[in-house]
Design a protein around this ligand. Structure first.
Ligand code: NCD
Length: 312
């Protein structure tokens, strides 16, 4: 069997996505047992390699692998030989010597995961590369939407609001949302929306006047770490918050708010919205676990229905 990587949403067909979401659903009951572990991936080895900061993605991949009884190796940039100057290639060759089944990797450079995929016999899963792709975030968001609104997302309207320019979540999610038949609008200041993004089939708006017409508002963080020094993407945080911050007053009743985290409270989202139990933000975190279990499982066992019978 040739190895299967997950580097971008383009690696998946709609039926692959549906299979992952169905598999994630089949794993849900495990979360409510006293013993939250199944032997499904016993004897398999999963490396979680994070060159960039992460809370949600790294913990959920780690826990997902453990819940499936796989052996895990967690490596972070700090504390590894990367700090001594070891190259990405040598680090990957070293890790490959342990014959892992999967390497999950997050890296600040666009395309780093593709490079790694060429150098290892393990399947590679992209946990975020620069501002390019974050396919597993997209899948957990689709899972959250499906759990909230039902199996068909066809025709739903979703607005991505904020820093689209520097967001790998936006790039993956536009593809994934459209794949499931959703209508996507991107909203933000012109400096934070990539030129020509209309060619992806999204609507582009530079004010919040149509906000109420969307079923879901997906808020994105200002990615200050990716903004080139000296470049003026926003004037001040206070002004950004006043013009673009999503507060209760800007939301229609029943509208759902999503955010991939980490939140800049008081910047793109008010604390009141962030803490509102009606938002889907913590549900997204919860979905991350089941969805990443499903992704690990499918990557190893295969993307056919027959392969998915024994998940528990
Ligand atoms: C996102 C990321 O790292 O791209 N976060 C995440 O994976 N939960 C979004 C962000 O950092 O703003």
């Amino acid at each position: 069997m040739t190895k299967r990587d997950l580097l971008s949403m383009e690696d998946l067909t709609r039926s692959d996505v549906e299979l992952i979401l169905d598999t994630a659903e089949s794993f849900l009951p495990i979360m409510h047992r006293d013993i939250k572990k199944v032997p499904t991936l016993r004897g398999r080895t999963i490396v979680n390699f994070f060159y960039e900061a992460s809370t949600r993605t790294s913990t959920s991949f780690d826990l997902a692998a453990k819940r499936l009884s796989a052996d895990t190796i967690a490596l972070k940039k700090s504390g590894s030989s990367v700090e001594k100057g070891e190259s990405l290639k040598d680090t990957v060759l070293t890790l490959t010597a342990y014959s892992p089944d999967i390497i999950v990797i997050r890296h600040p450079s666009v395309g780093a995961c593709r490079l790694v995929a060429r150098q290892t016999t393990a399947s590679v899963i992209n946990a975020g590369d620069g501002k390019y792709q974050h396919p597993t975030q997209c899948l957990l968001d689709l899972f959250t939407l499906r759990q909230t609104f039902g199996r068909s997302l066809e025709g739903m309207r979703i607005a991505l609001v904020g820093d689209i320019m520097h967001s790998r979540v936006a790039r993956s999610n536009i593809q994934g949302f459209q794949m499931m038949g959703m209508q996507v609008t991107v909203i933000g200041p012109p400096t934070l929306i990539p030129r020509g993004i209309e060619s992806l089939g999204v609507r582009v708006e530079h004010d919040l006047s149509t906000l109420a017409s969307h079923d879901v508002i997906y808020v994105l963080r200002l990615q200050r770490e990716r903004m080139a020094e000296g470049a003026n993407f926003v004037s001040t945080l206070r002004e950004y918050a006043a013009v673009w911050g999503i507060g209760k007053n800007r939301l229609r009743r029943g509208q759902k708010v999503m955010h991939p985290g980490p939140i800049n409270r008081g910047v793109e989202l008010t604390a009141q919205v962030a803490d509102d139990p009606d938002t889907l933000i913590l549900q997204q975190v919860e979905s991350g676990l089941a969805t990443r279990m499903a992704i690990l499982y499918r990557t190893i066992v295969g993307y056919s229905d027959a392969a998915g019978e024994e998940t528990s």
